[in-house]
Design a protein around this ligand. Structure first.
Ligand SMILES: Cc1cc2nc3c(=O)[nH]c(=O)nc-3n(C[C@H](O)[C@H](O)[C@H](O)COP(=O)(O)OP(=O)(O)OC[C@H]3O[C@@H](n4cnc5c(N)ncnc54)[C@H](O)[C@@H]3O)c2cc1C
Length: 422
């Protein structure tokens, strides 16, 4: 399927650029490249926004740094090994098969490395909101974006104490949040059962009532302004006589620049130009519940299992948790049962389960994305690996890619995201 603009626009194009991957990251990149008068061709084998970007918790964590590496891993390891009902679930056969990735992940769990990850992510997410504001000044998202601080709850004093290390990092990196007691939580969100000890309010955040519509609206605006979309799978990238090509279905197409924004699948294309990255996945789940959406007014998180319940336009969505089990294993029903049980524990009025979903967060062993130009094939750029923060960081990634492609200096430090840091 090809979608072409319905009218001709007289613009002098600067460069012919292919963006591969129409998740939130790829459509934001396409938006900024097009805004700067490039001729942009977007490719995806699926409809835009229907893969990992479809099912997230919908939070624009404008100033946060969320990631799995932690020096507490050594303290938590024994329970991770046995417990199946925690925030993280591990498939041991998968871990053994992918031990080199796990070793790299563990190396990034030292105090100094975790400090560096928190600083790098929060410096980047500091620009997230203003980048989205640029996109949203062209697109009306009034009905699907709500400005509201999100709430994160600790069930017990122990959970609260365990969260202090991460909150300390937030404080150190000027991430705006405040502690909130039981009485205040009750006042803010009266429908939440009083099963918590206390919580945290993350300030200056917003959320979307439809993760899919966010991607779709940015995509539609791109098409209406002359962008091109083809629904097909790109097989490889290569150079011939100094020219850059994409290959698909026995066809080749020449471009000035190519951007790989294929989320967790990005390595497949990187390998065709002899790059390779330690990219893996943190699988996450969501359940959509029927019934009143107005039971809560904001995303409410539950530290113990690492998920949020968010009021979406089609019901209340409980989304999150982490499972390390790769791309091939089927949905783990036990994770879904646990998610449902925990969501009903905090919001007993939840209705019937409408649907469930599993998605693949693209994650590198240091939880930082890969953003930069290929050394193996110049004019190819990478933008993937946004793990828990891909919705939040989509727009700022788009802006950064635009300045890289145009060789412009940017005041945003992307050294930590260097593709060749491993
Ligand atoms: C349960 C859960 C909750 C989350 N909650 C949040 C949240 O509240 N806030 C937040 O900021 N983030 C959240 N995230 C993370 C966020 O959803 C992801 O980081 C983000 O969606 C990644 O976007 P992407 O565009 O990189 O990948 P994707 O959305 O997966 O898009 C990649 C696209 O590339 C395409 N593709 C791959 N290979 C090819 C090829 N060869 N040819 C053509 N197309 C190809 C795929 O079809 C896909 O459409 C959550 C994730 C999960 C799983």
């Amino acid at each position: 399927m090809e979608i072409q603009p319905s009218f001709k626009i007289e613009i002098k194009y600067m460069k012919k650029i292919a963006v591969i991957g129409a998740g939130i990251v790829g459509v934001c990149i396409s938006h900024f490249l097009q805004k700067n008068n490039n001729q942009v061709y977007l490719y995806d084998q699926h409809e835009p926004g229907t893969q990992t970007s479809y099912g997230n918790a919908g939070i624009f964590a404008n100033h946060d740094c969320v990631f799995a590496n932690s020096p507490n891993i050594w303290r938590d390891l024994p329970s991770l090994l046995i417990k199946k009902d925690g925030y993280v679930s591990l498939d041991w056969m998968y871990i053994i098969k992918n031990f080199p990735w796990m070793l790299k992940f563990l190396k990034n769990c030292s105090y100094s490395n975790v400090d560096y990850i928190a600083k790098s992510l929060s410096n980047f997410s500091y620009h997230a909101e203003s980048a989205y504001n640029e996109i949203f000044s062209d697109i009306n998202v009034d009905e699907i974006v709500v400005r509201k601080d999100s709430l994160y709850l600790y069930e017990t004093i122990n959970d609260y104490k365990n969260g202090q290390y991460m909150n300390g990092l937030r404080k150190k990196n000027n991430i705006p949040f405040s502690y909130i007691n039981k009485k205040e939580i009750k006042k803010l969100e009266p429908s939440i059962a009083p099963v918590y000890y206390n919580g945290v309010l993350f300030k200056e955040e917003s959320f979307t009532k439809s993760s899919l519509k966010i991607t779709q609206k940015i995509f539609e605006n791109f098409i209406n302004n002359g962008g091109n979309f083809s629904k097909l799978k790109i097989k490889s990238i290569y150079k011939k006589n100094g020219k850059l090509f994409l290959y698909y279905d026995n066809n080749e197409l020449n471009f000035d620049k190519i951007i790989v924004a294929c989320g967790v699948w990005s390595n497949d294309l990187a390998k065709t130009i002899k790059d390779s990255f330690p990219l893996d996945t943190e699988r996450g789940y969501h359940i959509l519940f029927e019934g009143r959406k107005d039971l809560i007014s904001r995303p409410v998180g539950w530290a113990k299992l690492g998920f949020y319940i968010t009021p979406m336009d089609d019901g209340i969505r409980a989304a999150g948790t982490v499972e390390i089990a790769g791309l091939k294993k089927p949905i783990n029903k036990k994770r879904l049962e646990l998610l449902e049980k925990s969501a009903r524990n905090i919001l007993p009025q939840l209705g019937k389960v409408k649907s469930h979903w599993m998605g693949f967060r693209p994650t590198l062993p240091d939880s930082l994305p890969v953003i930069g130009e290929s050394k193996m094939c110049n004019n190819v750029y990478y933008a993937f690996g946004h793990q828990h923060l891909g919705l939040s960081l989509g727009a700022i990634t788009g802006k950064v890619i635009q300045s890289l492609v145009e060789n412009k200096r940017s005041n945003i430090n992307i050294d930590p995201f260097n593709p060749y840091r491993f």
